[in-house]
Design a protein. Structure first.
Length: 409
């Protein structure tokens, strides 16, 4: 079983300054390199065209993402404004309910007032009829008294300044009999009652008009304000719905572009592997029970932990030189080059702070910034750097801190 020993930097992923872009000619051997064949030149030209398409596709994806952010902000803003308008509508609804309650009370009061008006008007009609009858009776009595030749009574009547003055004169009342006096009292009371009723009717009618005007004014005010708010909310709801529809369309376009970009990047990786002499995918992949796959199906030879007084920051997998090294998960290459005791070294960023690294390779098949798929061949195993035998040194890092890979495999 091979043993390994390597001095490893503690924070390789903290800076990309240690990353070395590895070209297709990187290998363990030396010597002069032969010129590219026609097939290689064609592949290189195809690779350059692909990179141009990839750059264009990435630009379109980023533009869609920026558009998504703007639309998402618009939707949130409209939602917030609609919520504010809904609050105002709720307040106005409360006011409208209060006005409606006032309307109901005023309507009940108005109904009572109208009933009183009808009653008082009918009473006034009766009083006026009664007054007319009383006056006719009194006139008949005066004629009878005159015909009875009582000049003193005639003098009183002639000297009176009107009917009201006549019924107030004490000497006139003193000269008529008890029956005549009752008639006069009835006439007097009827007249006073009629006058009072007319005044009361006038007050009730003014109150009715005032209540109607006030109620109508408040009702119109609330309806107008609420109408404006409902219209504004409707407009904002339509704008929000339009933005959501557009946002859905933009997201769909972005997903299509990302799928297209993914296909281009896979094609790029395939051509790069061909140009660098990487094996196309042999060597087998060992599926893990966790989020990551094993980089190769080999013999587990050394665990994560302290040995010889220092931390061994990964696990070792013994495989022959040239065995394909597979990406444990999809991601972006952050380091690809010679790094101290690691030899030819590859580190892939998988997002969320998780990275995987592969050391002691004989050759590298990826470059910094390249997108790789899960299971894609990124290197050929070897014995470079501080190593005592061919194997893959495999690390997992979270936030740049080395973690036991067995927790992820």
């Amino acid at each position: 079983m091979p043993r390994t020993s390597a001095r490893r930097p503690s924070r390789l992923l903290a800076s990309t300054g240690v990353a070395v872009l590895v070209t297709a000619g990187l290998a363990t051997g030396g010597g002069a390199l032969a010129g590219p064949s026609e097939a290689e030149a064609a592949s290189q030209q195809q690779l350059e065209q692909l990179r141009g398409k990839i750059g264009s596709a990435r630009g379109k994806v980023e533009a869609k993402k920026r558009r998504e952010r703007v639309l998402t902000a618009d939707v949130r803003r409209y939602s917030s404004q609609i919520g504010g308008l809904q609050g105002k509508i709720d307040v106005l609804q409360g006011k409208q309910d209060a006005v409606q309650a006032d309307l109901d009370r005023s309507q009940a009061e108005l109904t009572r007032t109208q009933a009183e008006l009808r009653t008082e008007r009918a009473r006034l009609v009766r009083l006026q009829a009664r007054l007319k009858e009383s006056r006719e009776i009194l006139a008949a009595r005066l004629v009878e008294l005159y015909q009875a030749d009582k000049p003193d009574l005639v003098s009183v009547v002639v000297s009176a300044r009107g009917f009201s003055d006549l019924v107030e004169r004490g000497e006139f009342l003193a000269r008529i009999g008890a029956q005549d006096q009752r008639v006069m009292e009835t006439v007097k009371a009827a007249k006073a009652d009629a006058v009072g009723t007319e005044k009361k009717l006038a007050v009730l009618e003014r109150g009715q008009r005032s209540a109607n005007d006030r109620i109508e004014s408040r009702r119109n005010e609330v309806v107008q304000v609420k109408g404006r708010l409902v219209s504004a909310r409707s407009s904002m709801s339509e704008a929000r719905a339009s933005r959501k529809t557009l946002l859905k369309s933009v997201r769909g376009d972005r997903h299509d572009l990302e799928e297209h970009l993914d296909g281009l990047e896979k094609e790029e990786s395939k051509i790069q592997s061909q140009l660098s002499g990487m094996p196309s995918g042999g060597g087998g992949i060992k599926k893990g029970s966790g989020a990551l796959d094993w980089p190769a199906d080999g013999q587990f030879t050394s665990p994560f932990g302290y040995r010889w007084g220092r931390l061994h920051g990964g696990i070792d997998i013994a495989v022959p030189v040239g065995t394909p090294v597979h990406a444990a998960a999809a991601g972006t290459v952050r380091i690809a080059g010679w790094v101290g005791g690691y030899g030819n070294y590859v580190c892939i960023d998988h997002g969320g702070g998780l990275s995987t690294c592969y050391g002691h390779n004989s050759r590298l098949g990826v470059t910094v910034g390249q997108k790789v798929a899960k299971g894609q061949v990124v290197a050929a195993s070897g014995n470079t750097g501080n190593s005592t035998g061919p194997h893959i040194h495999f690390e997992t890092r979270v936030g740049g801190v080395q973690k036991d890979p067995m927790g992820y495999l």
